[in-house]
Design a protein around this ligand. Structure first.
Ligand SMILES: [Zn+2]
Length: 321
């Protein structure tokens, strides 16, 4: 049984009948009608920069889909070796990479992620620090080198859905911006058989999403802290760095309350990062869990029509929720 489906619309044929061929209406050019046969296992590929990036913005989503039988794969560009150390008993600057690698494996298990790949680049540190200058830093690696690897991974895993940071990387971290840029390039290159022909057969993922923390999230958190009489001066820094995605450009708001304990467990795995001094810890646990029970995404490709709202990341791609 075959049928066609426009992006964002419900399929016109019963979802249970497979295989189903969906025609993407957003063809990349006028001469080619691209068709995908969704007989593959549903796969979600998430690409981030450091261990812990996966847990904060998308952990509930990754856990939710993993629990539904979606294969969830995670690419982590660096081992976060120049990040903070919440408690000196946990790591030293020399051991931090190793410790954070183990923390990510712990989190991946909590979330049900089936495959974790470290690209092995060096953490570039926050903007303006000397770590930015290290030739091994992720930001200094040639785009072609990174994109070739990502194209190879996309073609091997054949995900329907790809997720990465929005262009500002949440709060402007250079590595977040770099993995965003390389992922976008790889997403579009993976479909073109003339590009990186040694990286496997061309593959067209159906959708590219950005994880996004809406401005309203920061405002809500500041208001909640204000109401408690807590210090909210750090929020000025977020505002300066342009943190917070416009709420009107959120296309998916996922209720991940059912996966909040898995997300919480993953956060606890990142002990060097999510220590008692963490900004989020200033909220009572219940309030924090409530705020973290919604995760937000912007559809980057295909280009969303104005006002588009999708029920979830895979809706309309073939299988029932
Ligand atoms: Zn990060």
């Amino acid at each position: 049984m075959t049928g066609t489906c426009e992006i964002g619309q419900k399929p016109s044929t019963p979802r249970s009948e497979a295989p189903v061929t969906w025609t993407l209406t957003k063809a990349r050019d006028d001469t080619v009608t691209r068709k995908m046969t969704i007989t593959e296992q549903r796969t979600l590929l998430a690409l981030f920069a450091h261990p812990d990036d996966e847990a904060f913005g998308a952990g509930g989503t990754l856990a939710r889909y993993a629990a539904k039988g979606v294969r969830v794969a995670l690419i982590c560009a660096t081992r976060g070796e120049v990040g903070g150390i919440a408690d000196p008993r946990l790591a030293t600057p020399e051991t931090l990479a190793q410790v954070r690698e183990a923390e990510l494996h712990c989190a991946a298990e909590a979330l049900g992620i089936s495959e974790v790949t470290f690209l092995g680049y060096r953490d570039s540190g926050m903007a303006g620090t000397s770590e930015n200058e290290d030739p091994r830093a992720f930001v200094n690696v040639a785009a072609e080198e990174v994109v070739a690897q990502l194209v190879g991974i996309i073609r091997r895993l054949r995900p329907q859905v790809v997720v990465t940071f929005e262009p500002n990387g949440g709060y402007g971290h250079p590595d977040h911006i770099a993995i965003h840029r390389h992922t976008v390039a790889a997403f579009h290159a993976a479909v073109d058989p003339t590009r990186y022909p040694d990286q496997g057969a061309a593959w067209q993922p159906a959708r590219l999403f950005y994880t996004a923390i809406p401005r309203s999230f920061f405002l809500e958190m500041r208001d909640r802290l204000d109401a408690m009489g807590a210090d909210t001066s750090e929020f000025a820094r977020f505002e300066e760095s342009g943190a917070g995605w416009p709420d009107e450009k959120i296309h998916v708001t996922l209720d991940v309350a059912g996966a909040i304990e898995a997300k919480w467990a993953a956060l606890q795995c990142h002990r060097t990062q999510f220590g008692p001094d963490n900004l989020f810890r200033r909220l009572p646990e219940d309030a924090l869990k409530e705020m973290m029970s919604r995760e937000h995404f912007a559809l980057a490709w295909p280009e969303p029509s104005p006002g588009l709202q999708l029920q979830d990341l895979f809706v309309g791609l073939g299988e029932t929720e």
